[in-house]
Design a protein around this ligand. Structure first.
Ligand code: ATP
Ligand code: MG
Length: 217
């Protein structure tokens, strides 16, 4: 079952006399939760983004060691969680790309797809920001997109800041203060396995879907 077509990128950039800002929220989203959503919303608000594309990873490069839920389930949950927000869109770009998922490939694909008056903003939490120097083609990433580094409870955004300052790659980073939600997908999976409540940590629709599909049992 394919929920969206491959050619699912939303139109943006039609008026050549103005600049558009596209946010990209990458993640495994296993499952998506309110920490992801509040981060995306804050980025949209503070950076005046026109649209945010949620892009669930196909085979996440750094999660080879654990069993990630089927891509179609992670995509479905992402769609359910973002459906009501007119600025949030979900893409199967990474899910449809064979092999291990690299953000560099995604950003290059988006850069080739959209006209030059569309600027790309890649949103990460403090934990992921600390690692971008180790990502494949980090120098290309720095060229193509501005990073948005969001605060995340339990992780030190200042440390990431210092690390990136010291890097030889000229990353462009916008630091973003996000209402602190100490929520992680790992914790949600553990809760579900233990029969504990997920309510108000992610949307009711996502919880319903997790139960219906018997995920994380
Ligand atoms: P897992 O525990 O499986 O690693 P996760 O909660 O970290 O899941 P990911 O899908 O790995 O979620 O993260 C996607 C992106 O969202 C990353 O950039 C991560 O830093 C960011 N993020 C996740 N949770 C939060 C949160 N509570 N606050 C701010 N950013 C977050
Ligand atoms: Mg994570």
């Amino acid at each position: 079952m394919e929920i969206l077509k491959t050619s699912d990128l939303p139109p943006l950039g039609a008026d050549p006399s103005r600049t558009y800002r596209l946010g990209i929220m990458g993640g495994t989203f296993d499952p998506i939760h309110n920490g992801h959503l509040v981060t995306a919303e804050q980025a949209t608000d503070e950076l005046h983004l026109d649209l945010i594309l949620f892009v669930p990873a196909g085979q996440p490069a750094f999660k080879q060691e654990r069993n990630v839920s089927p891509a179609e389930d992670r995509l479905a949950m992402t769609l359910l969680a973002t459906a009501a927000n007119p600025k949030f869109m979900t893409s199967r770009l990474e899910i449809d790309r064979p092999g291990i998922t690299y953000t560099a490939d995604t950003l290059q694909e988006l850069r080739a797809h959209y006209p030059q008056n569309v600027e790309l903003y890649f949103i990460t939490g403090a934990d992921a920001l600390l690692e971008i120097v180790t990502w494949k083609d980090a120098d290309k990433l720095a060229e193509i997109a501005t990073f948005v580094g969001a605060t995340r409870p339990g992780y030190d955004l200042e440390k990431a800041h210092a690390e990136l300052e010291g890097s030889s790659i000229p990353f462009k980073v916008h630091y973003l203060e996000v209402p602190a939600l100490a929520i992680s997908s790992s914790d949600l999976r553990a809760r579900q396995q233990q029969g504990r409540s997920l309510r108000y940590l992610t949307s009711d629709e996502v919880i319903g879907y997790i139960n219906k599909r018997h995920l994380y049992e």
